[in-house]
Write a protein that binds this ligand. Structure first.
Ligand code: AMP
Ligand code: MG
Length: 421
């Protein structure tokens, strides 16, 4: 990464909004620069959870041969017309067909063949008598009930016709889709690969969880949280060990991690602390990352841009854990969706009634941690709305959105609520 001292001025900062960029503008500009990853062929067992990049058609009809849906006897239905409990029809059993048998069998009028579920129907037969409606005989079978033609027969193409499209481009592959692809004869499928994400936390105060703490230090939670959130959003994510507050370390670590990343995320070091905010200081010199204040709380200081020869997207999230989490959900999650060609990746919004009052700074949109009722009609703001209050975040299932122009809302107000994934 070569330095370019001339950081481009931010065209979306207007003195009239206190020098802040609206949330939607920041979101739209990020999405405007993200292109989906090139598709790749993945084996079925690796493709689960990925977005399909081709239509998948049935290689053969499903089923590809007429077969029995029950264990029983293949017969001509016309032979069973007179069958009853009092006077069963008796037919000689001339053979047995198990699932997987490929030989040619024939049933002639006045006879039966024992048949298992999934076994190919013998020619001549047009119905299967379930074993429980017979005496179960092996050389001769007694049938106690008449059976219609087609009973317990699964016909060729009854599920899908050869060439029929069974899965369309853009489907995120769930287990049943994997079964459909396998049944369509596919060993590999063309999908958008999972984005490779590297997360690094910066801060001299950070210690690895599990190691002893001394006063003045805190355990790093951001890198674990953001890597987990990225995985939840379809990525292969790994966290890098804590990076100290030194420009050279930040740049060297990013440089090294670029090799194996489709997207980079840092946390910390982007607020107003000048040289202490080393992520901002180091990346500003590159000229390819824009740092700005977004009109939101928490999460005001945001950075987004491109680094390295592949122009890898980078998000520099603020260090407070709640700010980092909300910034991820608002900005990074849709970008990960776009890398996977999945436009459905923004958080779901519902309307609900506030059960308690809330406050919000003028000119900034607040995202307040809250719990949403089961039926999604009531939303209860949590105590502890500080951007460092991870314990309250741990109780949240939703975010109450308080618009920029509002400074308070009373219980009973109708609000937009973002449902957390
Ligand atoms: P910064 O954005 O670096 O100024 O950090 C803002 C606040 O977030 C400070 O109180 C930091 O100690 C805290 N913080 C920064 N990084 C992390 C992290 N990885 N885990 C937990 N807290 C953090
Ligand atoms: Mg810091």
């Amino acid at each position: 990464m070569t330095a370019n001292p001339a950081q481009a001025p931010d065209p979306d900062v207007h003195a009239s909004d206190g020098g802040m960029t609206p949330v939607e503008v920041h979101q739209a500009q990020i999405l405007g620069t993200i292109r989906a990853l090139p598709p790749a062929e993945l084996a079925l067992e690796e493709a689960e959870g990925c977005v399909l990049a081709e239509d998948i058609a049935a290689a053969v009809s499903l089923p590809s041969f007429d077969n029995s849906s029950m264990d029983g006897y293949a017969v001509l239905a016309s032979d069973t017309v007179k069958a009853s409990d009092d006077s069963p029809v008796f037919l000689p059993v001339t053979g047995e067909i198990a699932a997987g048998d490929t030989g040619a069998f024939t049933v002639t009028a006045g006879s039966a063949i024992r048949i298992m579920t999934g076994a190919r129907m013998p020619s001549g037969a047009d119905a299967v008598i379930p074993v429980e409606l017979t005496d179960g005989g092996s050389t001769q079978v007694g049938i106690r009930q008449p059976m219609a033609s087609g009973n317990a027969v699964r016909y060729t193409g009854g599920d899908a016709r050869q060439g029929e499209v069974l899965l369309v481009t853009g489907t995120r592959l769930k287990p049943m889709h994997i079964a459909v692809a396998a049944s369509a004869g596919r060993r590999k499928v063309l999908v958008r690969p999972r984005p490779r994400v590297v997360v690094l936390s910066t801060g001299n105060e950070l210690a690895e969880p599990g190691t002893p703490l001394v006063p003045g230090r805190i355990w790093d939670s951001n890198s674990y949280m953001i890597a987990a959130a990225a995985r939840e959003a379809g990525a292969i994510a790994h966290r890098h060990p804590i990076v100290p507050d030194e420009s050279a370390s930040v740049l060297a670590t990013l440089e090294e991690q670029l090799q194996a990343a489709d997207l980079l995320i840092t946390t910390g070091g982007v607020s107003m602390g000048g040289e202490h905010d080393v992520v901002k200081a180091a990346l500003s010199r590159l000229g390819t990352v824009t740092f700005r204040k977004v009109a939101m709380q928490p999460g005001m200081p945001q950075g987004f841009g491109r680094v390295g020869k592949n122009q890898t997207p980078i998000f520099t999230l603020p260090g407070n854990p709640v700010s980092a989490y909300i910034s991820f959900q608002l900005f990074v999650r849709p970008a990960l969706g776009a890398l996977q060609e999945d436009p459905t990746f923004s958080l779901v919004t519902v309307r609900a009634t506030l059960t308690g009052p809330v406050r919000s700074p003028a000119g900034r949109r607040s995202y307040l941690r809250a719990t949403l009722s089961e039926d999604k009609s009531q939303v209860a703001p949590l105590r502890g709305q500080g951007s460092h209050q991870i314990a309250a975040l741990g109780k949240a299932s939703a975010l109450v959105v308080v618009p920029e122009r509002m400074t308070s809302l009373d219980a009973g107000a109708e609000v937009d609520v973002l449902v957390l994934p």
